[in-house]
Design a binder for this molecule. Sequence first.
Ligand code: KIV
Ligand code: ZN
Length: 540
Amino acid sequence: MDNRTDPDRVLIFDTTLRDGEQSPGISLNTQEKLEIAQQLARLGVDVIEAGFPITSPGDFEAVQEIARRVHDPGPPVIAALARTHVADIDAAYNAVRDAPRPRIHVFISTSDIHIRHQLQTTREDVKGQARAAVAHAKQYLDDVEFSPMDATRAELEFTAEVCQIAIDEGATTINIPDTVGYTMPHEFEAYLRGLYELVPQLREIVLSVHCHDDLGLAVANSLAGLRAGARQVECAVNGIGERAGNASLEELVMLLHTRQAEIGLHTAANTREIARSSRLVSRLTGYPVQPNKAIVGRNAFAHESGIHQDGVLKERTTYEIMDATTVGLEANSIVLGKHSGRHALQQALSELGFELTGQSLSTAFKRFKDIADKKKHVTAMDLEALVTDELREELAGYQLEWFDVEASSRRPPHATVGVRAPDGEELTGSFTGDGPVDAIFRAINAATGTEVRLREFRVDAVTGGQDALGETSVVLELAGGASGEPVIGAGQGVSTDILEAAGRAYVRALSSAVRHRELGLPAPGDAEREAPVAQPVTAS
Ligand code: KIV
Ligand code: ZN
């Protein structure tokens, strides 16, 4: 049941793959985006904004794949973003047209600061562009969303005029973005109530909100939007997105779930898929989740003080307002060991949502056996890490074949590596570095003949315990991008051996940067910044 038949139903519009992917350093390829989209569908989001197809052939392809393949468990709406340009709208339509429920999402700014300085045009022209763009999108699809960008810094009356135009042309959702995270809850609520007064027809369609977190108010502002009457919230897993990010999906869903008696609204999200969605997005984007992050941080359900521990042991609700199993933490009891067979692994992976057969199952089984030899219990989280790691291995251009490191506290460490190039040739390189990880990274540079600057390196443990799998994350800059700027690449690696995990992450980051450089793509996250200034659109 959607919110046309149930007025208390809030639609979850997930923009992890569009606004979220605009975070600096994030660069997801088609396979990774598909993996996230499939998980979002399992999580039960209503709309997946899969990308901004005009920005690159890679983005177009990813949106198209998602539109064609993400149909279960009940097809979510697949949306694609477009400026008011005809070419943007055509690309968006062509990318989503094969989805069972496609949507085009058109935006143009209504604030004077954007109209004057970024668009360098006039209010009259913005009205014309909005009218022509929605009409053009409407020729293709019934489901058209319109966003007046930077609305919260725009004059209410002008935004209302533009929204009325979009509705007149057939927009079925009007989304009000707090693009720069500037508004406050009471102000936003009043703004939206004012909008309803000026545009009564808003009550016949879906009002949506899209809040950024620059002042840490994205979730509070989204809630204010719902109080004013909005019934769609735009959000991202782990709150990723431009600058400080978007409203966090898990916080919004759990807020509506936990305080339902008070708020009186509900979503169709399957809360038990939240933790898994968070881990997948963090792993594939390379963006860690802060330990104290609400709902999905590793301390969100941990109790440190003696008084709290005592209380929780006596009665969980003394210090917990949510049950960890409701968000999918500790929900999975899968534990495999070195005696577990291929079938047990396949079964366990299937429970986690990975359907592996043939060669992929054999490869996963081999990796599982390697890990089970070193680690007594292989848990659901280990398996998830392992399978996502294998997925990346299949996609990487370069592969780390082997490495030798000599490390000592008495002389500088020396590393030699063997790297398989995309054309199959084995390249070797050596380097004496400041530390063993540095020596491996620079030996990889020597083997591949690349000039790279390391931006970030992080090590995390997948689970607790001394024998935990190590998960590493690398962000690097490769010289020689199309615009003369370096190209950014991000990669992750998983292994019981931290040095191996680091080497894997590094070659994957390098492969991603080389791929971007060859395709002449903008650095990840540059899509909107590099988009040409909007020109008046002539209606076709
Ligand atoms: O923040 C914003 O204004 C956006 C729009 C494109 C909806 O992301
Ligand atoms: Zn945004």
